[in-house]
Design a protein around this ligand. Structure first.
Ligand code: PXP
Length: 257
């Protein structure tokens, strides 16, 4: 049996960050999405933030119109974003927490605490045939809340693991954070939730995460766009994909031995 392929979603937000540093149209995130498709990405992720600091409304429009890969539209649970999602009907909508002053999405969504509000958003998106995913910390309470909300997908926030990995990859904190991700992915499977993961992953930190059998998709952006400066976007994506596939194949072989 060949190992189930782990999907790679490429987050193109930071192509837009560079474009917006100067205004104008270069570099174009839609061109990056096309290159990601040529390099074998399974999907494109773009986060339309409320302050439009990177991806713009026009980018979303053009991604929907010209990219064949499924679009994972990251959005805050706000009426404005809901209206945009319902207008464009992307393949998936990943609901993320958003604070204006944060540099990036710093933690997971409080699916448990926000039940009443989120229930409405999950319902409206699902009714429009948009696959809803909730970006949550690898916390059993949040996973159970996601299931109660009727979200078919969760994306586990790998930020705490990646930070610990960078500080000391073999240290207790990195191992503990990895174990949290492993337990959360197993629980997601038990709860019937499709499990994705992402945030802060690199060629090195992705390996133990890709080895988690119940994960079906990783969403990676910042590191790939950074690597693209040195080697080009297609090479960076192809290398990431090869590392993910190898880590998954090695883990399967180890389980069988
Ligand atoms: N998944 C989600 C839900 C995110 O918000 C982000 C960051 O915007 C990512 C994945 C990708 O994280 P990174 O850019 O650090 O790879």
């Amino acid at each position: 049996m060949t190992p189930r392929n782990l999907r790679l979603g490429v987050n193109i937000d930071h192509v837009a960050t560079i474009r917006n540093a100067r205004g104008g149209g270069h570099p174009d995130p839609v061109r990056a999405a096309r290159q990601a498709a040529d390099a074998g990405a399974d999907g494109i992720t773009a986060h339309l933030r409320e302050d439009r600091r990177h991806i713009s409304d026009d980018d979303i429009q053009r991604l929907i119109a010209s990219i064949d890969l499924p679009l994972n539209f990251e959005m805050a649970a706000t009426p404005e974003m809901l209206e945009i999602a319902l207008r464009h009907r992307p393949h998936a909508a990943c609901i993320v927490p958003e604070k204006r002053l944060e540099v990036t999405t710093e933690g997971g969504l409080d699916a448990a605490g926000g039940h009443n509000v989120l229930k409405r958003y999950c319902g409206r998106l699902s009714d429009a045939d948009i696959r809803v995913s909730l970006f949550i910390d690898p916390d059993p309470r949040q996973l159970e809340a996601a299931q109660a909300l009727g979200a078919p997908v969760v994306e586990l926030h790998t930020g705490a693991y990646c930070e610990a990995f960078i500080a000391d990859m073999a240290g207790t904190r990195a191992q503990d954070e990895l174990a949290r991700l492993q337990r959360a992915a197993a629980l997601a499977q038990d709860l019937g939730l499709e499990c994705h993961a992402g945030h802060g992953l690199t060629y090195d930190s992705v390996k133990p995460v890709a080895a988690i059998a119940s994960l079906v998709e990783l969403n990676i952006g910042h590191f790939l766009i950074g690597e693209a400066i040195y080697v080009g976007l297609e090479s960076a994506i192809m290398r990431m994909r090869a590392i993910m596939n190898q880590a998954r194949a090695d883990a399967l072989a180890a389980r069988r031995a």
